[in-house]
Design a protein around this ligand. Structure first.
Ligand SMILES: Cc1ncc(COP(=O)(O)O)c(C=O)c1O
Length: 525
């Protein structure tokens, strides 16, 4: 690959002010606590006053309460703000949130890609946004049709037999798929014996957690030196006690599991099922169909592959594609078309082998609209290109940093995310965490760090397909500048970073071990 010259030299500094050394980064405490125009903001309980409100409502007409004396005697004391104060409160909070709309968000495994505005506009159409899940089905035929069309696209892309639309996220989809596997095993009369689920060491934590929650025990499978799982290792761990394997493909090291077909074969020969964690489907969509690879169940994180937002306004969607063997166990409700149009099958009497409901209703309509809009606006060729571009972007970053940063599995092509370890940092005395914190000072959300756990000091970078080459070049230049600074021994730039963020180094262990999740009113002096 031709690398622009400035990338091998680091970023040219001519013509722009440089800030190096302790003096440039020394801090002056401000009187306000604000950092330039980045404003501090208190909790609403701290800044709100019970006597203030942003709305002006008429006094209610006289009424007789029917609470039988249970009415609250004292004011609730909720914090109130005037309208301008409320606006400022939420705008300031939003400005503390780094987002994909603000800049490149290279968080590996999380796929922070652009949410197209077209999708947002369509999701807000009243026919989709203002309907209620308990409305008579005859009045929401259009919405049901959209769900059917989305399911049709997902089935075409996965090459699977059935799709469960109601799971709300990847992990919820894992639970759904593993429940279907458990039900299928029970239906064969093997529920008491098949208790083990094989999970590779590199798996996302949700895999063993989901399997354990469904009542399985975990047997781990080590990866071989190249970062992938060996079918022979899987075979060695299979037996009449094994219910399934949960394998991520492409895996969490950003590598395609090249033995996947052989793994599916040995798993099936042993009478077990193949759950594929499809969180990284965005790297192979339109290129390979999991159904052709021997997968029995696979969740799809719509937010990762089909650009729906991560969180923000409610639950997400993690549809689960099922093979013909597992389709009868799909959760309720599901769609069926008959002479009167589309109908949701909601009762166990119509689907006796179903595992039942995964959630109250049929799924997250807002996410369904956005995902289908993404599919239709890209078309089949565009979806394939999105995967290709995601892989190309990751490899561009990987190849552009390969002379400075170390790669745990050697200098070879990756899928949609580039993985580095901390071997290159050893002589500097710095850690992956120090490097990631310095990246914040440069205006970048750090990459995923220390995951996957099988790689020491991992840095997992996922640029996605939606970054331009200019944006990738700037990120690469920043990474190179920081890497050169680390190798030059400029440790002070890293050790106390971030210098410019609203908060400096936090006690992350303390925050995890002793979280303060509740506001307690200070006692008046
Ligand atoms: C490989 C993998 N599996 C499972 C999940 C869980 O998905 P979700 O966060 O939607 O529950 C993720 C999330 O990033 C993932 O990367």
């Amino acid at each position: 690959m031709n690398r622009p010259e400035r990338l091998t030299e680091g970023r040219p500094t001519q013509g722009r002010p440089t800030q190096t050394g302790e003096a440039a980064r020394s801090e002056i405490d401000t009187f306000t606590g604000n950092r330039a125009l980045a404003l501090e903001e208190g909790l609403i309980f701290e800044i709100g006053r019970a006597e203030v409100t942003g709305v002006d409502l008429d006094e209610p007409a006289p009424f007789t309460d029917r609470l039988g004396g249970l009415a609250r005697k004292a004011a609730l004391g909720l914090p109130g703000l005037s309208e301008p104060e409320a606006m400022r409160h939420y705008v300031r909070l939003s400005q503390k949130n780094y987002s994909i709309d603000a800049g490149l968000y290279p968080l590996g495994s999380c796929t922070m890609k652009h949410n197209p505005r077209l999708n947002e506009a369509l999701a807000r159409l009243p026919g989709f946004a203002d309907i209620h899940p308990l409305q008579p089905q005859s009045t929401v035929q259009g919405a049901l049709e959209l769900m059917e069309e989305l399911a049709r696209w997902l089935l075409a892309l996965t090459g699977m037999e059935a799709i469960a639309m109601s799971p709300k996220a990847g992990a919820h989809g894992e639970a759904c798929g593993m429940m279907a596997i458990k039900a299928a095993i029970a239906a064969k009369g093997e529920g008491a014996t098949r208790k083990i689920v094989l999970v590779p060491d590199s798996a996302h934590g949700t895999n063993p957690a989901s399997a354990t929650r469904i009542g399985f025990e975990i047997r781990s499978v080590p990866a071989r030196a190249d970062g992938t799982v060996d079918a022979a290792e899987v075979r060695r761990r299979l037996g009449p006690d094994v219910a399934a394997i949960m394998l991520t493909n492409p895996n969490t090291c950003g590598l395609f599991e090249k033995d996947i077909v052989a793994i599916a074969e040995v798993v099936h020969e042993a009478g077990a099922y193949f759950y594929c964690d499809g969180a990284n489907f965005n790297a192979i969509m339109g290129k390979a169909r999991p159904g052709d690879l021997g997968v029995d169940a696979m969740h799809i994180n719509l937010h990762k592959t089909f650009s729906t937002p991560h969180g923000g306004g409610g639950p997400g969607a993690g549809p689960v594609a099922l093979s013909a063997q597992l389709a009868p166990f799909a959760p309720l409700p599901f769609l069926r078309r008959d002479d009167n149009g589309l109908r949701l099958i909601e009762q166990a009497s119509e689907a006796p082998q179903s595992i039942g409901r995964m959630s109250a209703f049929h799924g997250q309509m807002g996410m369904f609209v956005r995902a289908l809009a993404y599919m239709l606006s890209h078309g089949a060729d565009g979806l394939r290109q999105a995967s290709e571009d995601a892989v190309l972007s990751a490899n561009y970053i990987r190849a552009s940093l390969a002379d400075l940063l170390s790669q745990p599995f050697g200098d070879k092509l990756c899928m949609h995310e580039a993985l580095f370890d901390d071997a290159w940092l050893k002589p500097t005395g710095l850690t992956t965490l120090d490097f990631a914190k310095a990246l914040i000072d440069e205006g970048y959300h750090p990459m995923t760090i220390y995951f996957p756990l099988v790689v020491h000091g991992a840095m997992l970078i996922e640029p996605t397909e939606s970054e331009s080459k200019a944006s990738l070049d700037l990120f690469i230049a920043t990474m190179r500048d920081l890497a050169f600074a680390a190798l030059r021994g400029e440790t002070e730039r890293f050790l106390a970073a971030p210098f410019h963020a609203p908060r400096r180094r936090l006690d992350e262990t303390g925050a995890a071990r002793r979280p303060i999740l509740k506001w307690t009113k200070p006692v008046a002096e």
